[in-house]
Design a protein around this ligand. Structure first.
Ligand code: AKG
Ligand code: FE2
Length: 152
């Protein structure tokens, strides 16, 4: 679980609370105190603000569902915007397998043919190792899902 605290920012149009990323998880459940969660819409290349419905939980899928489904479902790219008025708190609960359990492509989808797998398997520990070498938001950052893709 991640608890994020974003203080007010005098120039919110010049900064981001969290840069664009997808979560390593299967699903992520987010509770936000005030709007700020933005979702990238690949259909038109724009960012959409998640609706401000008091007490609502935002649920999105992460990299491990993209891997499990062999790319049928894409992980959701999102970011956190800032505002100049009030501190924003978000609580993100990320759900997937245990630290050393590997998530791979569902065998049922590829009929046991490893040649059809479009992603390498990975665990939460692999994600943490990748993050420590390749921090989100830094120059040349490669997203975790990109490191899992098998080039055909
Ligand atoms: O603050 C938010 O709304 C997003 C948090 C988030 O994306 C994360 O913790 O992974
Ligand atoms: Fe996230």
């Amino acid at each position: 679980m991640a608890v994020n605290c974003y203080p007010p920012c005098p120039s919110p149009e010049l900064a981001l609370g969290l840069p664009p990323h997808s979560d390593y998880s299967c699903i992520t459940v987010v509770l936000q105190s005030t709007p700020g969660l933005e979702i990238f819409d690949p259909r038109d290349g724009t960012w959409k603000t998640a609706p401000d419905t008091r007490g609502a939980l935002q649920v999105h899928i992460g990299d491990h569902v993209e891997v499990l489904s062999n790319g049928t479902y894409k992980s959701v790219v999102h970011r956190a915007a800032l505002n100049s008025r009030k501190t924003r708190i978000s609580i993100a609960s990320l759900h997937s397998l245990g630290m050393d359990e590997k998530m791979g492509v569902a065998k049922e989808l590829v009929g046991g043919d490893e040649g059809k797998e479009r992603y390498r398997e990975s665990s939460f520990r692999d994600f943490l190792d990748s993050l420590s070498k390749n921090d989100i938001g830094t120059q040349g950052y490669k997203s975790f899902i990109d490191t899992l893709r098998i080039e055909k």
